[in-house]
Design a protein around this ligand. Structure first.
Ligand SMILES: C[S@@+](CC[C@H](N)C(=O)[O-])C[C@H]1O[C@@H](n2cnc3c(N)ncnc32)[C@H](O)[C@@H]1O
Length: 272
């Protein structure tokens, strides 16, 4: 039984880290005049409304992306960060001032960077989320949508054709077994697709529940892997998720420098 719904968490600090990193990777894939494949193993529904009841209930977007949005005139010039803000502005054609309605999830960010010959594969297991995902993306012939287990599909669908591309794996980590499954799946995909860029998101929690060290220990020694993290508070069991990270196998050149330059402007704004 899947209970996680990303609508409650969209636009939080973890999404800011994940979506900045995702955009940076996609921009570097677009730099070459060769087609690429994007694979999103845990897609969610693709678009979120940050003014919706679930988003207002947790207040996570207000503590996350909204703080950047309120400073956008000052942040707009900054390279990757400016591109991220522009991408969100593009899905909000009406200027709503300090608040914002639509927020693009990872499938929408990937779609925004596709050229005619690029291709995107979206997977989602939740029976309601998959319907929203289909409604949002089925008219785009460059995109295929699968109602299936993203861990199983990640392995079954790799290596893709063409071989150039990226897999984003963004599990909900609803239970501890998800960590082992994510690690095993990344290892299996890397074996089958040694040149693919694989980006796995992981949460950073209070001491008694934190397994981010395990993820980095198991995947950090794969040839050519990096991790990029964003924290918004000191680690504490009382606080919950004080930060998160992305571990990236086969990162594009200078990915870490580009994302960390953006994060140096983001981090002071997102501190709790
Ligand atoms: C963190 S959300 C994804 C957010 C999305 N990647 C984004 O950045 O906009 C995780 C999603 O994975 C879905 N999910 C959970 N278990 C799954 C599985 N085994 N296979 C595929 N999707 C799964 C959940 O329903 C949820 O929509």
């Amino acid at each position: 039984m899947l209970s996680y719904r990303h609508a409650y968490h969209a636009g939080n600090h973890a999404d800011v880290l994940k979506h900045l990193t995702l955009l940076a990777i996609l921009q570097q894939l677009r730099n070459k005049d060769k087609p690429f494949v994007g694979i999103d193993s845990h897609s969610g529904n693709g678009f979120y409304n940050l003014g919706s009841e679930p988003a207002r209930k947790t207040g996570e977007a207000a503590m996350g992306f909204m703080r950047l949005w309120q400073q956008r005139s000052r942040l707009q010039d900054a390279d990757l960060l400016g591109d991220y803000l522009t991408l969100v502005a593009d899905v909000n054609p009406v200027d709503t001032g300090a608040t914002i309605g639509n927020y693009p999830g990872s499938p929408a960010i990937m779609q925004s960077q596709l050229r005619d010959d690029d291709h995107l594969v979206l997977m989602e297991l939740h029976s309601t989320e998959i319907e929203h995902l289909r409604d949002n993306f089925r008219r785009d012939p460059r995109i295929s949508i699968h109602h299936r287990d993203g861990f199983e599909g990640a392995v079954a669908l790799t290596p893709p054709t063409p071989r150039r591309g990226l897999m984003l794996m963004d599990p909900a980590y609803e239970n501890k077994a998800d960590y082992q499954q994510a690690i095993k799946t990344v290892q299996a995909v890397h074996r089958r697709w040694p040149t693919g860029i694989i980006a796995l998101w992981y949460p950073m929690l209070g001491q008694s529940r934190d397994l981010s060290g395990l993820v980095k220990q198991k995947l950090g020694n794969a040839a050519d892997s990096i991790s990029i993290e964003l924290t918004v508070a000191p680690q504490s069991d009382a606080f919950g998720m004080h930060g998160s990270g992305m571990i990236i196998l086969n990162p594009p050149w200078q990915l870490s420098e580009r994302v960390n330059a953006a994060l140096s402007k983001v981090q002071p704004l997102l501190q709790v």
